[in-house]
Each structure stands twice: as C-alpha cells, then as structure tokens.
Design a protein around this ligand. Structure first.
Ligand code: UDP
Length: 239
C-alpha cells in the first residue's frame, strides 16, 4: 500500500471508553500516548484531522438518570465529561508536537474555544487537529450523533469510528466464534440488521448525507494510516 493519502479530511470518533484502556475508569496515559502517535502520523502525511470524543469513561446521562438523577442534568455532566477527555487528548497530541484546538458545543471560554464551524475549518486547513467536545451541546443526543453532525458540517471525506474489534460483525466476535466480519455495508443494511454500529440517529444522519464511515480496530498499530491511504481490507466500510 502506497503511503499517499486518498482522504484529505477525516473525522475520527473516539469513545470515552476507548481512552480507558485496561483501567476501570478515567484515562489511560498509555492509550493517550499511542493515539497521539497514530494521529501524528496521519497529520504528517498531509491529512486534516478532526476528532470527536465521548465521555462514557466518566459519565453518561442515561446511567445517571437510571440512578435517579434528572436526565438533562446527567446529560450536561456527560457533555462536560467529553470536554475533560478532549483536554487530555489535546495535551497528549501537543506533547508529540502537533498543534491542537479544542472547541466546545457548550460555552466554556476559559478552557477552550466555542464551536464555530468556519474557525474549525480554518484550523484544519492550517494543519491543526481540532477536537470537537461537548457533543452536540444538547441533551438526549450521543457523541456518535455529534460525530456524524460535525463530519457533515466540515465536509469530511471519511468518518472513522474507533472500536476494539476490527470492524462490524454478524455477531459479537468476542462471544460468538462463528461471527463473520462485513467488509462493506450500506446504512440501510446496518439499520435493518440492527448491527449496533452507532445509535440510529447517527446512522440516519450519515445515510441521508452520504457520509463514508469506516469502523476499525483502534488498537491495531498503523491502522489509521493504512485506512487513510486507501487500504479497504482494514475495518468495515459503511456507505
Ligand atoms: N451527551 C449529550 N449530548 C450530546 C452528546 C453527549 O447529552 O450531544 C451526553 C450524554 O449524557 C452521553 C454523554 O454525554 O451519555 C457521553 O457521551 P457518549 O455516551 O456518546 O460517550 P461515549 O459512549 O462515546 O464514550
């Protein structure tokens, strides 16, 4: 596979849980360091990189609501958790020498920029990684929906969803030995088979706006680089 990227602008969705690594809660410095190097490689090959980060390693509104908390308050806590993760990611990526800007869909001017689409695109054009935090800024949504929304807004050529398995399977490959990996899928197939790639709101947004999605194994070294260089054997592509 040649080292020349075939995608110019990507949006990578990282779940909060992805940042935990082997920990039961919080952020693993090892995972952050690994991700920072993977992202640096892609940026240095000339690809514009935007990130959307989740917050499930800290708080999820739904979980807090189950424990009796007001759902909207829980979602606000969840969104703020994504800002914490975004700041940690910003730090890790800047430590490997790549400039980063965090933008938030909720106003927290002292710690990061507000989400302004045109400003985000300008940062990307200048080679800065942009991390979109606080989801959509609205309760009752997920960061998968935020990722779909931002990918569409910034005209990303490819949206990637980082997971712990190398794509979408007919069943959970960790529980079913006969589970088969899909190389490619349409959104309608993924929706009708209830494959649980992302929540339905995110899937429908992606489908209706023609987002090219790749679900891949974030723990595989250089997978991100190979995907942006057009290696279609890695992960599952949904269109
Ligand atoms: N959240 C929200 N609106 C959004 C995105 C996220 O209210 O647009 C809240 C919601 O409570 C969610 C939490 O933030 O549970 C963390 O996001 P998510 O569960 O998507 O994180 P991930 O599963 O990717 O770690």
């Amino acid at each position: 596979m040649s080292g020349k990227p075939v995608f110019q602008r990507i949006l990578l969705k990282l779940s909060g849980e992805a940042l935990m690594g082997p920990l039961a809660f919080g952020i693993s410095p090892d995972v952050m360091g690994f991700l920072a190097h993977e992202i640096k490689g892609v940026v240095e090959s000339g690809v514009q990189v935007a990130l959307v980060v989740g917050g499930g390693n800290i708080f999820r509104g739904e979980g807090l609501a189950h424990a009796g908390m007001d759902r909207v308050t829980g979602d606000h806590m969840g969104m703020l958790a994504t800002v914490i993760n975004a700041l940690a990611l910003q730090d890790a990526i800047e430590r490997v020498g790549v400039p980063v800007r965090v933008q938030s869909a909720l106003r927290i001017n002292e710690v990061c920029e507000d989400y302004i689409r045109r400003k985000a695109v300008r940062h990307l054009e200048k080679g800065r990684v942009v991390i979109f935090s606080a989801g959509t800024g609205n309760p009752f949504f997920t960061t998968d929906s935020a990722a779909a929304l931002r990918a569409i807004e910034i005209n990303a050529d490819l949206m990637l969803k980082a997971t712990k398995v190398d794509g979408i399977y007919t069943a959970d490959p960790k529980k079913h030995a006969d589970a088969r990996k899909y190389e490619q899928l349409t959104y309608d197939e993924a929706l009708s088979r209830r494959l649980g790639v992302m929540d339905q709101t995110a899937m429908v947004l992606c489908r209706d706006h023609g987002v090219h999605l790749c679900v891949y194994d974030m723990e595989r070294p250089k997978a991100l680089q190979a995907i942006v260089c057009g290696d279609a054997t890695i992960g599952t592509h949904v269109r």
